[in-house]
Design a protein around this ligand. Structure first.
Ligand code: NAD
Ligand code: ZN
Length: 403
């Protein structure tokens, strides 16, 4: 027989499969498996500040309610960056990564449905959610609460003896009782973007609660990082078209236009708040905004935004996931005499998560360039480089993508 490259690969594959079967890990059991599953999984473990090490651990037997997922990819979030730099939660060593997604390769016999009641089977694509399932209205995770013992906060759990508990890995073990969603109808990039998109679905829900945001509203989105850009996308999928984006980075402003902003303002082109406020009015035919979204972590930007909004208008402040310091405002001019309605928005609820799946489908349907939000993709082995790129803020969303 002519042993060419293809044949060699096929032979090696079949020998490896045979070995795995002998170890008992490839045999279908319970609800079944998707074929050969390796005996060990790779995880990127943060073992010291700014240092991940790739470690290999056995893939354990599954409990009747557990799900084994082959990880396809995971976005790097601001929280991961904080852990990488400072470990504020005191969790080192741990496996990070919570914006992850992958394919079910094995399930315990009791697993039938996801947290929304949708059927689950081998081959389905899933995500987990950082929100506690018990109370969909709790929009925050608090590591000091006992809830941390619950299995939901994958990628921010204290390490355990199994280790397969973060999405910066090639296999993750979803423990029985976790919040898990079947998102097989979304492509990989959309699935990686679910978590940050849920933040904006929630913010727009908060904005709608004021009763001010309407189809024909004039809307300012201040800050065109991933958060502001996704904000524009969510507004566009709702049919809101009159959007002015503000930032100091021209490249980001150009992207904001591709995402659906009708106008853009580079604040660096204007001297003083009055000139900037005039520029906003110029974008809306002489009117100030009906509603504004504050999507920067800059206190000065918070102070500015009131000047862009008309009397009786509304503001959603969502730019301060963490404390960024105090901002100065004039209560008389900015809020009281203006009769402004201000809402804050922080993370999302479980319900927003489900809405986000629909948003992503709609965004794709109307041709928004969502995939381009992921500017860098690194293999798991280059996770340190990926984090350093993220810290340099050179791109938008940085993701780990497995082969
Ligand atoms: N509410 C939540 O639950 C939640 C969740 C995630 C992130 N956030 C917050 O959202 C903010 C934005 O996140 P991101 O990932 O897009 O960050 P980012 O830093 O990539 O983007 C911020 C953008 O704001 C611009 N900017 C700075 N000062 C400005 C000013 N005065 N006027 C106009 N633009 C200005 C910057 O040029 C940058 O493009 C962060 O501060 C983060 O803490 C909030
Ligand atoms: Zn996140």
């Amino acid at each position: 027989m002519d042993i060419n490259q293809v044949n060699v690969e096929a032979i090696v594959k079949s020998v490896l499969e045979g070995m795995l079967e002998q170890q008992g890990s490839a045999k279908p059991e319970g609800a079944g498996t998707a074929g050969p599953i390796p005996a060990t999984a790779k995880v990127a473990m943060l073992t010291a500040l700014e240092k991940y090490e790739i470690k290999e651990f056995p893939i354990p037997e599954l409990g009747d309610d557990d799900i084994l997922v082959k990880v396809e990819g995971c976005g790097i979030c601001g929280t991961d960056a904080h852990e990488f730099k400072r470990d504020p939660f005191g969790l080192i060593p741990l496996v990070l990564g919570h914006e992850g997604t992958g394919e079910i390769v094995k399930m315990g016999k009791n697993v039938k449905k996801d947290s929304a009641g949708k059927e689950l089977k081998i081959g389905d694509k899933v995500v987990t959610c950082m929100i506690f399932k018990d109370n969909p209205d709790i929009t925050m995770f608090d590591l000091n609460k006992q809830n941390i013992g619950g299995a939901d906060v994958y990628g921010l759990l204290p390490d355990d003896e199994i280790h397969l508990n973060g999405w910066f890995s090639n296999y993750i073990l979803i423990r029985g009782g976790s919040t898990v969603f079947n998102v097989s109808d979304l492509d990989l990039d959309s699935r990686i973007l679910i978590e940050p998109c849920a933040v904006l679905v929630h913010a727009v829900e908060r904005a709608k609660s004021t009763g001010i945001l309407r189809f024909n509203s004039r809307v300012v989105v201040q800050g065109c990082g991933p958060i502001g850009l996704i904000c524009i996308a969510v507004l566009r999928t709702m049919g809101i078209e009159n959007i002015t984006a503000i930032d100091g980075e021209q490249k980001r402003l150009d992207f904001a236009k591709e995402m659906g902003a009708s106008r853009s303002i580079n604040f660096k082109d204007y001297n003083g708040i009055e000139a900037l406020s005039d520029a906003v009015a110029g974008c809306f035919g002489g009117h100030l905004a009906d509603f504004a979204f504050q999507c920067t972590g800059s206190p000065a930007a918070h102070s500015n935004i009131y000047k862009f909004i008309r009397n009786g208008g509304g503001l959603c402040e969502l730019g301060f996931f963490i404390n960024g310091g105090d901002a100065t405002i004039n209560p008389h001019f900015d809020i009281c005499s203006k009769e402004l309605t201000v809402v804050g928005s922080w993370v999302y609820t479980l319900r927003d998560y489900a809405t986000t799946f629909d948003f992503l489908k709609r965004a794709k349907g109307i041709g928004l360039p969502m995939s381009r939000l992921i500017t860098h993709r690194f293999p798991l082995e280059q996770i340190n480089e990926a984090h350093i790129t993220n810290l340099k803020m050179e791109g938008l969303k940085i993701a780990i993508v497995n082969e």
